[in-house]
Design a binder for this molecule. Sequence first.
Ligand SMILES: *[C@@H]1O[C@H](CO)[C@@H](O)[C@H](O)[C@H]1NC(C)=O
Length: 299
Amino acid sequence: MSPRITRKLAQLPLLFLCPRSTTATAITSVPIRTFGIRSLNPPKENRFNAGPGLPVLKSTPTAALERKAYTLPLRTGAVAIKKGMTAIFDTETGQRVACTVLQLDRVEVVSHKTVEKHGYFAVQVGAGWKHPSNITKSLLGHFSANGISPKRHVYEFRVKDGRGLLPVGQAITADWFQEGQYVDTRSNSKGKGFAGVMKRHGFHGQDRSHGVSLTHRSLGSAGPSQGGGSRVYPGKKMAGNMGNEQNTVQNLKVLKVDPANGIVVVKGAVSGPRGCVVRLQDAIKKPWPEVKPPTESAA
Ligand SMILES: *[C@@H]1O[C@H](CO)[C@@H](O)[C@H](O)[C@H]1NC(C)=O
């Protein structure tokens, strides 16, 4: 007796008679491997920029700049010195608000970065003053070529386009920022030196007793042994230098501006000790402050 075909199978159309499109639906874009050990979790399709109607991302510098432009501020920022913290009382609610006092000291535009020459738009801003004998010749030449006195701190602020390039030599005073607007601040956090895992990463440490000997604050095992690779995985949290790394605090409200003394008071805390350098720029996650376009107001 010949083997009988089940009813279900008999109903299916023969594959080689089907038009190509219906057979192709079964095949995903991931090639199915016919050799080796089959993985239980086969590689997924690329979930980035895949699908109909999505623009194809280009890897050219111009395309990268266009994508980046959405997240770049229109105006340059300023370099300030953290003077310390205090508190002011909100006149409406009577609430005490902790705030940070920042001071702008002889902040001037030193030079520009343009897309034609450097590949991006940025304003180089300097602050403070340094004795010319204490500056390298090359940096001194850079300052004198632009007609600027030597600056102690020099930083770049990226801007969206050419309209954000303030003229070289233009002073940036505290009233560059409006009361009520929001700023992002960048500064280095306080350095803590070489710190153990409990302080640096919040590990629990080991028991005080139960036979634990001299390793109460150490990390314990650093990884699996045979079977897990017999190695320490990349990114393993260990003891090391803590702090003194750049930290950005976003969306700080400007509470007070005093252009005569170069003071900008922002709500809340800014990373770093008193006297550290803080970079202030319009917050990218809040609406831009309502001011004239920078190049117009400068003229
Ligand atoms: C140069 O810098 C050093 C170290 O900061 C400082 O002690 C010295 O006074 C500076 N020299 C001048 C001429 O300002």
